[in-house]
Design a protein around this ligand. Sequence first.
Ligand SMILES: [Zn+2]
Length: 319
Amino acid sequence: MTTTLGTASAAPGEIDTGRLEVGETRDGSPFGLPVAVINGQRSGKTLYMQAASDGDELNGVGVIQRVVPQLDPAEIAGTILIVGIVNYHAFQVAEHRNPIDDTKMNRAYPGNENGTSSERIAAATFEAATRADLILDLHQGSTSRMIDEVRVRCGKRHRLHDDCLELAKVFGCGYILDQKGPDGQLARAAPDEGIPTVDPELGGTVGWDETSIRKGVEGVFNVLTYYGFLDGDVIPESQTRARGFEQYGAPGGGLISFQKDLGERVRAGETLFELTTPFGEPKAEVTADSTGILWRTRRLPQVATGEYVCSVATDIDDY
Ligand SMILES: [Zn+2]
C-alpha cells in the first residue's frame, strides 16, 4: 500500500521526500515542512520521527540527515514517517521559539489547525505522528550544555509509562529523565493517544555536536532493530534514571565557575559553582541541595541575579 505524508508518497520498497504544507510565509509564499516516507518492502510497525521542534536544536536534524541515506526500504519491515524540520520559522533564524507567535512549539501539542502559527504546525505534525506506533521527538538542551539523555514525559501514573520507558531504554543514550512534562509536549499528548513517545535530548550545543549526533543515530538504529523494522537483535542496556530535577540560579551578578563537570555525581552540600566579580573577588558559593548528577549548565559565565545557572538531576537509580 502506498503511504503518503504531504507531497511525499512511497509504495512498498520505496522512499520519497516532499513537503507537508502548513501555511504561507509573510510574503504570501506557501511553505511546507520537509518530510520523508520510507515504506518498507515488508509490512510492520510505523515509526514517526521529527527534529527541530525547537528551532535552535539542530542535533536532531544532524541525526536524520545521517540516518535517512542509510535506510534501504528493501531491508525494512514497516514504515518510517519523518518531519525533518518542525519549527520552520524558528529554524530560518536559528531561534528556539517560533518568531511568528513567540511560542515554544513543544508547548503547543496537540495543536489546532485553525490556531496560531505554532498550533497549526503542531496540529499538522501531530496528525502525522499519531499515524505511528512509536514516536521519537528529537530535541537537545537548546544551546545550554547538557548531557545526552532521553526524556519520558507522560508521568509515572500514565498507562503507557512502561512502554515509554522501554522505548527510552532501547534508544539508549545512557541517561533517562523520567518526569512528567508540562502540558503541550508531544511526549505528553501522544501517549494519551496510545502511542509510546520519548524525547531524546541529544546534548546541548550551538550548531552540531558530533558526539551527540552519533548517539542519536545509534539510538534510532537501536529502535529500528529492537522493534523489528530491521533484522537483528538489540539487548537494551541498563540506563541511569533520574526522576527529579532541581534548578539553580545566580545569587548575585558576576561570573560563575563550575566546580563539577557535566555528568559528574554531586552530593548534597558540595559546591556546584562559585560566583566572582570581574576582578576575581569571591562573592558566593552555591552548594547542591540534593545528591544527584550535574545534568545541564548555562554556556556563558556572566550572570545577573536570579539568572539560570545549572540543573542537577536527582532521585537517581538504574533502570
Ligand atoms: Zn527542545
